[in-house]
Design a protein around this ligand. Structure first.
Ligand code: TRP
Length: 334
């Protein structure tokens, strides 16, 4: 079985966009690949953050992933495998300064920081972030990395780093990872369907996968349908998004019949919204139940995640033993 690795930052809530764009696919990949999925808490230290929240969000994200169907043995917390950082240091000398300055995510995040304060502090961590990401992937010799298009550049960097390392040391050691782009539905903000569903836009712009049913229903009820600038004869972005949600929730019967209404010019938005709200509630209820069960047994589940992280760490340690050998570092006393 080929290896897959992916990571998600512990950002707090997990929303429908995250679920349909990544997590749902991760769960599926587990039957075809040897998978490792990481809550990348080290990565979240590169932007201003609160330590209490970081720890809380890290566990919460791990619980969410379990509740969505990620298998325990495939799940780990990045910082519980500190070898990622050791490899990142080694790879830091394999990536070039120029290359890193061309990373668009670095530029975007720098701009984001400078928006509120033009003299904002931009950390070395934010700059070298993609090197740590390369280490996350290469340390498990992952062949495939399921990511969104926004991570394409980071993946390319990971491949370049692997190849350069192999050339430098005259050995085909690291696998060059390939991105695994899968067709995923593009979910838009219900409050502003010209933009992607995203946490950074604010609370009304995303539907929380673990949110209250009432709130979900209200959000769908007040979802923007007409923005006024839709060309004649075209479906507005907001209505399109509601249909997309039905498709994503695999409610094809409701989808097709409402689409017939739409085509006949007889669609009532309230019917569409009702169907979408029901579909979402049906989707998220089992996740929420599993999450509640995890919370009821929080301490034990934390222990299990620590164990799975420790087991996965063994792979990373083996890689680091080999990397130390290849790069001229002395052997650790075991
Ligand atoms: N940079 C990714 C993001 O912002 C998260 C991430 C960190 C990641 N390490 C990874 C994704 C390794 C895939 C593989 O979404």
């Amino acid at each position: 079985m080929k290896n897959v690795l992916s990571g998600i930052q512990p950002t707090g809530d997990l929303h429908l966009g995250n679920y349909f764009g990544a997590v749902k696919n991760w769960v599926k990949l587990q039957s075809e690949y040897k998978c490792h999925f990481s809550v990348v808490d080290y990565h979240s230290m590169t932007m201003p953050y609160n330590p209490i929240q970081l720890r809380e969000n890290t566990w919460k994200m791990a619980f969410y992933l379990l509740a969505c169907g990620v298998k325990l043995e495939n799940l780990f917390i990045q910082s519980l495998v500190p070898e990622h950082l050791e490899l990142a240091w080694v790879l830091g000398s394999t990536a070039s300064y120029g290359e890193l300055t061309r990373m668009t995510q670095f530029k975007d995040k720098t701009d984001q920081l400078k928006e509120s304060d033009k003299d904002a502090f931009v950390s070395v961590g934010l700059f070298s972030y993609p090197v740590l990401q390369a280490a996350d992937i290469l340390i498990y010799h992952a062949e495939y990395v399921p990511v969104g298009k926004d991570q394409e550049q980071h993946l390319e960097l990971s491949r370049n780093i692997a190849q350069r390392f192999n050339n430098q040391f005259g050995k085909e050691y690291f696998v060059q990872p390939e991105p695994l782009f899968t067709e995923t539905p593009k979910i838009l903000s219900p409050a502003d369907p010209t933009r992607k569903m995203s946490k950074s836009l604010g609370e009304k712009h995303y539907i929380n996968l673990f949110g209250e049913e009432d709130r979900v229903r209200k959000q769908i009820k007040s979802a923007v349908t007409d923005t006024g600038d839709t060309p004649e004869g075209e479906m507005s972005a907001g209505v399109g998004n509601l249909f997309e949600l039905l498709r994503a929730c695999e409610q094809m019967e409701a989808h097709d019949s409402l689409m017939d209404d739409y085509k006949a010019g007889a669609l009532r938005y309230s019917d569409l919204k009702e169907a979408v709200a029901n579909a979402i509630v049906d989707l998220i209820n089992p996740f929420k139940e599993r999450y509640e069960a995890i919370l009821a047994d929080k301490k034990a589940v934390k222990g299990q995640i620590q164990e799975s992280s420790a087991a996965i760490r063994q792979i990373a340690r083996q890689t680091m033993r080999e990397v130390r050998e290849i790069t001229g570092l002395p052997t650790l006393r075991s």
